[in-house]
Each structure stands twice: as C-alpha cells, then as structure tokens.
Design a protein around this ligand. Structure first.
Ligand SMILES: Cc1cn([C@H]2C[C@H](O)[C@@H](COP(=O)(O)OP(=O)(O)OP(=O)(O)O)O2)c(=O)[nH]c1=O
Length: 212
C-alpha cells in the first residue's frame, strides 16, 4: 500500500446519483466533478467495430478519467484523487447502452427477458501521477416478461439513464430470478473493488474495514 493520501476528499466524476450514494455507503467524502454541457460526454461512449463489452467498458472508463483529469486541471481545482466508472450491459456480445426512448427500452427489455446477461462495471482512479483500475463482472438472469409487464415498467420511467434499460435497485428487482457477482457493481459502482482501489491508493474510508 502507498502512503496515506493527504486529501480529505476525492472527486467523483460522475453524474450518476447511484455512484454518489454507493460512495457515501463506503464512507468516502467526495465532491462532484461534472462535465459542462460543452463537453460531449456521450461522444466518449461510442462502440468501436468488433470491440468486446469487456474492452469497451474499460476503454470508456479510461476516456472518462482522461476527460475528468483535464477538467480538473482546466478549473484549477484543489488537488485530490479522481474516480470514474462506466457500466455496460451485454447480451451475448451485444452492448446495450442507455435507451434513447420508450421503444428502445421496450426492445432492450424484450431481449433481456427469459435470458442471462452480463453487467460490466469498470472503475478507474487517478491519484497524482498514478492510475489504478478494476473491473467487476456480474451475471443476471431475467424471468420471462410479458409485454404488459415491460410496458408498465417503462411507464414508471425507471429505464431511462440506465444501461440495459433497468435498475436492479428499483422495480426491476422483481424481474431478476438469479444474479451472481456484485449487486453494487450492477448498480454502477462495485463496492468491493472500489474499496480495494482506494485502499491501494492510501485513501481513507470512514468505515475502513480492510480486506487485506
Ligand atoms: C444495470 C444498471 C445500470 N444502472 C445505471 C448506472 C449508471 O448510472 C448507468 C450506466 O451509465 P454510465 O454511462 O455508466 O454512467 P452515467 O452516464 O449514468 O454517469 P457518468 O458517465 O457521468 O458516470 O446505468 C443502474 O442504476 N442500475 C442497474 O441495475
């Protein structure tokens, strides 16, 4: 483990409220480092031809961190480690991003119904000149879903802004027959891997239950 971080907080470069909530759960003081509208965050999330979901999610996370490091420098902010993440749902080798609209959400949920998919969440932390990264992989099996169940779920608004058009932490929990891996990873920030990364970088956590 490296020396303790001199910083009393980290920057979370993510607009996802779930990630902030999970970081709170780990007892890590943080400030948001968000992109401005002129930074085209969506442009980072373009899949390259033939790219596997595993490669994609790690590449996008590294790009998000590059952008966040540049943003931090541009704004002349006080020092502090910077954390980024990306979550991707993959069915076979197809990447399911966030749905564009209700029809897109309906198509994604109909594909996921009655099948097992994978959820990849990559995380990356910049601490001074050092970069640490980790990957969480989970498998989720959905029960068969009727068109009416899918429509009712979409009407509730939950699919929007979420990879694969669902949130494990919401009403979609009722769709899930089985899962293996990391619940928090599926939700957007794998707590075990994040704690390990912070520990490796010497960053204090409020509830510092060390795993090694
Ligand atoms: C599968 C799944 C995803 N999600 C969310 C987590 C992420 O917010 C989102 C995936 O999109 P991301 O592109 O990973 O993250 P984001 O655009 O919300 O935030 P940022 O890029 O600023 O960090 O899907 C859930 O909340 N629950 C779930 O069960």
């Amino acid at each position: 483990m490296s020396d303790s971080s001199p910083f009393p907080f980290i920057y979370l470069a993510s607009q996802s409220p779930r990630r902030a909530q999970l970081l709170d759960q780990l007892g890590v003081p943080h400030r948001l480092l968000l992109a401005t509208p002129d930074e085209d965050a969506e442009a980072l999330e373009t899949v390259q031809p033939g790219e596997s979901p595993r490669d994609y999610v790690q590449r996008v996370t590294a790009l998000k961190l590059d952008a966040a490091v540049a943003r931090h420098a541009r704004r002349s902010l006080a020092g502090g480690p910077i954390l980024c993440a990306d979550t991707t749902v993959a069915l076979d080798l197809d990447i399911l991003g966030k749905p564009q609209d209700a029809d897109d959400a309906r198509r994604m949920l109909a594909r996921l119904a009655g099948r097992t998919h994978s959820v990849f969440t990559a995380i990356a932390l910049q601490n001074g000149s050092q970069r640490h990264a980790a990957l969480s992989v989970s498998d989720v099996r959905f029960a068969p879903l009727s068109p009416a169940a899918i429509d009712a779920y979409i009407a509730g608004g939950e699919p929007f802004g979420k990879a694969g058009a669902y949130g494990v932490q919401g009403a979609a929990a009722a769709f899930i027959e089985h899962m293996s891996g990391s619940y928090s990873g599926i939700m957007g920030l794998p707590m075990f891997e994040t704690a390990q990364l912070l520990d490796r970088a010497g960053i204090a956590r409020g509830y510092a239950c060390k795993t090694s």
